[in-house]
Design a protein around this ligand. Structure first.
Ligand code: ZN
Length: 297
């Protein structure tokens, strides 16, 4: 894993990977303990409404809301302040993606927003028992839903996605979706399927989307992606050849770019206006990992 060491500084710049909360899972089942934490005058509350956070002006507002309903315990910060999440209905909210792009929030705060957003979304979309259809109730300070009639327990979901940079000699395989801004190319990605290893998912996705067979699939880094509850598993792989068959459904285009061009795309200085992922996204780290080192073949 020697070649991954250079990526560490870049990994630290990723959004949502710098959580500093101590989650104290052992307290979740203790109703009185959690209530005491919520009553603490220093408690902070993250209000989530869709892809937005309750805010004032251009900053999130972590004050105690007047009407909160159920709250989810996120953990204690380094100062011992308890953090909670709740479903907001505030008129004043800040959309998460522009907040992310603005770079105005500390990394640790972005991680709390990700945790809050994924958990609130899960409760809102899993109000009914998946076994019998009865409304279920929140338990364990938000980390379980229980169905009283059938006894079913349901736990917050995380959806694993593989995302990978694929190289062949001095070239990198990048693709683009039709909905992306003109000129943008990024790493291929796709949801993992049941019964698959991470390595198999990488090989399947690259073949499905671009018709390329790969070998030497290796892990690089991961990133929670709270839109709404993905975990991006960042990988790299080597292609067997540069023959391409682009699947026109998932990708509008895929092509091989030489590494010197990809370097310019990452720096946004490519003469033809091509560019690659933002430094806060794991695709940037994955693509950098293969262009920053000398070609292997
Ligand atoms: Zn049930």
């Amino acid at each position: 894993m020697q070649k991954n060491i250079d990526s560490r500084a870049k990994i630290a710049r990723l959004a949502f990977v710098s959580s500093d909360l101590d989650r104290h899972s052992e307290w979740r089942g203790q109703v009185e303990t959690v209530q005491k934490l919520a009553d603490d005058p220093d408690a902070r509350f993250v209000g989530i409404l869709g892809d937005a956070v309750a805010g004032k002006g251009d900053k999130p507002d972590y004050g105690r809301p007047q009407h909160m309903g159920e709250s989810i315990f996120l953990g204690l910060d380094a100062d011992g302040h308890p953090w909670f999440a709740y479903a907001a209905n505030e008129s004043e909210t800040l959309a998460l993606r522009p907040l992310l792009l603005s770079g105005s929030l500390p990394q640790t705060e972005l991680s709390r927003l990700a945790q809050a957003r994924s958990l609130v979304h899960w409760h809102q979309s899993h109000a009914f028992c998946a076994r019998c259809g009865t409304p279920s109730v929140m338990q364990d300070a938000g980390y379980r839903r229980h169905c009283v009639p059938c006894g079913g327990d349901h736990f917050p979901r995380t959806d694993p996605v593989v995302i990978m940079s694929v190289e062949h000699g001095d070239a990198v395989l990048l693709g683009r979706q039709a909905s992306w801004p003109a000129g943008m190319y990024s790493a291929l990605a796709g949801f993992m399927e049941p019964g698959e290893t991470i390595e198999q998912a990488v090989a399947r996705e690259v073949f499905e989307e671009a018709g390329v067979r790969v070998r030497d699939v290796e892990y690089v880094a991961s990133q929670p992606w709270p839109f709404p509850a993905s975990l991006m598993i960042g990988m790299r792989a080597t292609a067997l050849s540069r023959d391409l068959t682009v699947d026109g459904n998932e990708l509008e285009d895929a092509r091989w770019f030489v590494k010197s061009d990809v370097q310019k795309m990452l720096q946004r200085s490519h003469p033809d206006g091509f560019y690659a992922a933002n430094p806060f996204a794991i695709a940037h780290v994955l693509i950098s990992a293969v262009v920053d080192e000398p070609s292997q073949e």
